[in-house]
Design a protein around this ligand. Sequence first.
Ligand code: MN
Length: 459
Amino acid sequence: MAVLVKNATLVTAEEERPADVRCRNGRIAEVGRDLEPATGEQLLDGTGQLLLPGGVDPHVHMALPVAGTVSADDFESGSAAALAGGTTSIIDFVHPERGQDLLEALRARREEARRAAADYGFHMAITTWGDSTAEQMRQCLAAGVPSFKIYLAYKDTVGLDDRDVVEVFAAAAAIEALVLVHAEHGDMVEHLRDRLAAAGHTEPRFHAESRPSWLEGEATHRAATLAGTTGAALYVVHVTCRESLVAIEQARVAGWEVRGETCPQYLLLDDRVYETDDFEGAAYVIAPPIRPVGHQDALWQAIVAGTLEVVATDHCPFTMAQKELGRDDFRKIPGGAAGVEHRLALLHSQGVVTGRIDRRRFVDLVSTRPAQIFGLYPRKGAVQVGSDADLVLWDPAATATISAATHHHRTDRSLYEGFEVTGAATTVLAGGRVAFADGELRAEPGAGTFLERHPRRTS
Ligand code: MN
């Protein structure tokens, strides 16, 4: 199957120029000017549009068991939503039971992902430390999973004590694997949650009060310091606040390989979303929580400065019926929200259209940089001969209003309900096949393949 994309402006992380792109057998076969269509080739006219490498979202949770329920998008629906918004690769997580063999957990998770319509990879969560964990981490590396996630919160389920955190960093440093960290001081968060609940403060807004920014900053500083001391490369997921930015900047000054990711919800929303007397605030119960006014500007400045290198989503939707589990106690609200479909449109609107970043940086933040950091480049994140034919025709002037009534996420709430965005994917090619065109999803369940990733130092 062959496709020729003509007359678009190619935008990559490095350059912006008119170029035609020919795709054959799922890969990019030719990039140049005035390419002639070959017999039987499907022609896509990109006049007036941009041509981008497909988005790479390295932080999503499809079908994640949380607090007695399971996140509402499975791999099929979640990857389809991703494709509709121009994201052609996702990296999800394996969360082994404590004591479970990591490779066994990976096999089971790969089975759950079989019907994904977009390409997918995994990070391996380390939820406990044992005598054979370091060896199992080595095996994960050989199985195409060269990145490991640790949680400094949630110690009752997946979180680690510092003693085990040090073990993970040392083991990761030995095999040049990357460690992702969820940075919040878990013990203090639990203390605050219980104290608030005991005082009768059970509404969703107290979720935010129980997880203040300085507890994220403390944990980011601690993770960066411990990783730096062992020589491990660290990637801080969902950075939300000034305190964490300071910690990352300090670590970089020390010469440590510490990177930061943020998400649209932390750039675009502030904690007034929790100021409702009804239960609607539950839709915004995510961790870390949406921060007070002021942190958002700091995050934008950190994007401009390069302290934050990736914009991901932490996509993990729940319906309001699922959020009802915490109707009487915010501690029982499943934490998470939808986002994978709207990442590019939101960042284009609020980053490029506003003039905060240029188009090349936009592509870098949503595609190229995550592909490089997570060992997928130049197969992903690039428009080069030999790269996968994951391409997005992007209309930079198209406008739309985000709503749960029209999104492809399998939930009845959107964090961005009523947001007007400028810029939209008009045609999305995944592996050389049209997965989305003219507002119509043509994603094929099972068309996505497991991405074997390789460790790659990028500093
Ligand atoms: Mn997450």
